[in-house]
Design a protein around this ligand. Structure first.
Ligand code: HEC
Ligand code: HEC
Length: 190
């Protein structure tokens, strides 16, 4: 008797978990593993971006490029391989709806001022509203960690990450100091 009831209990549990697996994962389940590094209250470190309020298009585009290997990565290449395009869309949607996070960092005042004008002239067509919006798949850059933005700019400059042609037209005409000032301006936007 005892054995039977145990069996029924076990098979009941199995039937339930099989059902749980059959259900498509929710955006919360999909993004649970991302939050330790990209948390809604700011990312875990200055070399990784905060994803709260990042645009859906930018996230989906980045994930596809990480997965194919087109965009260089320390960890994201491996992470992206675990998900489908449909899941990228769900995760992009999830992060894009999170509240904008203001990153607290110490930045050079002179660079912020100099960068504001240079950004307006060279970058604002696609990195709109002071970097709070991105045209098409251009990422939101407002209040992102400066070291993260500098790492990405370095990857572009050394041609390890492919720059959109029209962005390259602008970037190529600027010195490293000018680019740093622009990135400092974006990092400071609140
Ligand atoms: C161990 C830490 C870690 C985990 C876990 C992680 N990421 Fe990342 N993520 C990074 C780092 C670091 C970068 C910068 C690129 C690189 O070096 O891999 C990054 C970059 C990104 C970017 C590029 C953003 C931009 O502005 O261009 C996106 C999008 C992203 N991650 C999404 C995700 C999603 C979605 C998950 C969960 C499925 C996830 N990440 C899990 C560390 C992590
Ligand atoms: C024609 C539109 C366009 C212009 C102009 C433009 N960008 Fe971009 N930018 C993009 C797009 C699209 C991406 C994402 C592309 C990719 O790498 O896949 C991007 C990505 C970036 C990133 C990486 C951010 C991240 O989270 O990964 C940085 C940094 C950046 N741009 C800086 C600049 C600067 C500085 C300027 C001005 C000198 C500029 N961009 C001008 C379209 C543009």
């Amino acid at each position: 008797m005892m054995k039977w009831s145990k069996r029924i209990l076990v098979s009941g549990v199995l039937a339930f978990s099989a059902n749980a697996y059959a259900m498509p994962p929710t955006p919360e389940m999909l993004t649970f593993g991302c939050l330790g590094c990209h948390g809604g209250a700011g990312s875990a470190g200055p070399s990784m971006p905060t994803l709260a309020n990042q645009s859906k298009e930018a996230i989906v585009d980045a994930m596809k490029k990480f997965k194919s290997g087109e965009r260089p990565a320390t960890v994201m290449g491996r992470v992206a391989k675990a998900y489908t395009d449909e899941e990228f869309a769900l995760m992009g949607d999830f992060f894009s709806k999170q509240k904008f996070h203001v990153t607290s960092q110490t930045l050079k005042k002179a660079d912020i001022k100099k960068g504001a004008e240079l950004a307006k002239k060279n970058c604002s067509r696609c990195h709109m509203e002071n970097g709070k919006e991105g045209k098409d798949e251009a990422p939101v850059m407002a209040s992102q960690w400066l070291p993260y933005l500098q790492i990405q700019m370095e990857l572009y400059s050394t041609e390890k990450r492919k720059m959109p042609e029209k962005m390259a037209d602008k970037v190529k005409k600027l010195s490293k100091e000018e680019l740093d000032a622009i990135l400092t301006f974006y990092a400071n936007v609140k």
